[in-house]
Write a protein that binds this ligand. Sequence first.
Ligand code: FES
Length: 172
Amino acid sequence: MTDEINEPEDSERREFLGKITGAVAGAGVVTACWPFVRSMYPAADILEGGTSTIKLGDIAPGEMKTVSWQGKPVFILHRTDEQIERMVSSEGSNKDPQSDDQRVQDPGWLVVVGLCTHLGCVPLRHGDGWSCPCHGSEYDNSGRVLKGPAPTNLLVPDYRFDDDDAIIIGEA
Ligand code: FES
């Protein structure tokens, strides 16, 4: 008797639980797949022709800003006069010899791809340059490798200064 009375309720409950389970599973699939679906769309900077325009006005002397360009971090360092003097008078290391003026268009601004040239980790700002957390490569404020396993200096991307206090990365 009791079973007969409860049967419709059980059936409704099963149906309700089935719908909830289906909805949760569907949401899980969408969530899990979203990065793959998203990765099929080109990044915003690719849609803009592979360039990124960066305003420089909000980067104070001595400060660094990390921006994204073609999926890579780019460090923009607004160098102080003291930092510039030190980099101009230093020859970097003999691993990848370059003078400071070979690496900058304007001495006040260093623009480098923020990927270690050893295995591609993102170096951390450390003292008067960068230090790579995984294998200890160190770079100066010109992005030149000083020590560690990195074979070359940080890459300088194509960029150009725009008229109104900005740079366009990805354009020579
Ligand atoms: S990736 Fe930077 S030292 Fe190895």
